[in-house]
Design a protein around this ligand. Structure first.
Ligand code: FES
Length: 131
C-alpha cells in the first residue's frame, strides 16, 4: 500500500511540474497579442508635401511622401544615435557623415544599417506615426 502511495505522490508531483513548466514555456513563447504602439507624431496628411518631408524634431521622426505614398523614418542614426538631418535629396548625419537615401537606405557609412522605418496609420484625414 505504501509503494502505491509513493508512486501516486511521485506521479502527481511530476504532473504538477510538467503542467507548471509547460504553462510558463507557452507564455514565454507566445507573442503578446495586445502590444499597443504609442503615437509618436500626428499631422494632417495634406501637410506632408509631395516629395518632401514633415519633421518632428523632438520625436526625431520624419513623415515623408513619395510616389508610393506616405511613410515615416526614424531620424536616429543607426551608427551612434545622432539626429539625422533631412535635405532635399538625402538624409545625412552631422556627427560622422553617414548618408541615407530618402527611403532610409545607407548611401555611405560609417552607419551600416538603414534608418528604422516606422509604422504609419491613416485615421481620417490625419496620419499617425507609431513607435
Ligand atoms: S552617429 Fe551618425 S554617422 Fe555616427
Amino acid at each position: 500500500m505504501e509503494i502505491l502511495s509513493q508512486s501516486r505522490r511521485k506521479f502527481i508531483t511530476t504532473l504538477t511540474l510538467l503542467l507548471t513548466s509547460g504553462g510558463l514555456l507557452a507564455r514565454f513563447l507566445t507573442p503578446r497579442m495586445n502590444v499597443r504602439r504609442r503615437v509618436l507624431a500626428s499631422a494632417p496628411a495634406a501637410d506632408v508635401p509631395p516629395g518632401g518631408a514633415l519633421l518632428f524634431r523632438a520625436e526625431r521622426v520624419a513623415l515623408m511622401r513619395d510616389d508610393s505614398g506616405l511613410y515615416a523614418l526614424s531620424l536616429i542614426c543607426t551608427h551612434l544615435g545622432c539626429t539625422v538631418v533631412v535635405t532635399e535629396d538625402a538624409l545625412s548625419c552631422p556627427c560622422h557623415g553617414s548618408r541615407f537615401d530618402r527611403q532610409g537606405n545607407v548611401l555611405s557609412g560609417p552607419a551600416d544599417r538603414g534608418l528604422e522605418r516606422l509604422k504609419v496609420e491613416i485615421r481620417g484625414e490625419r496620419v499617425e506615426v507609431l513607435g
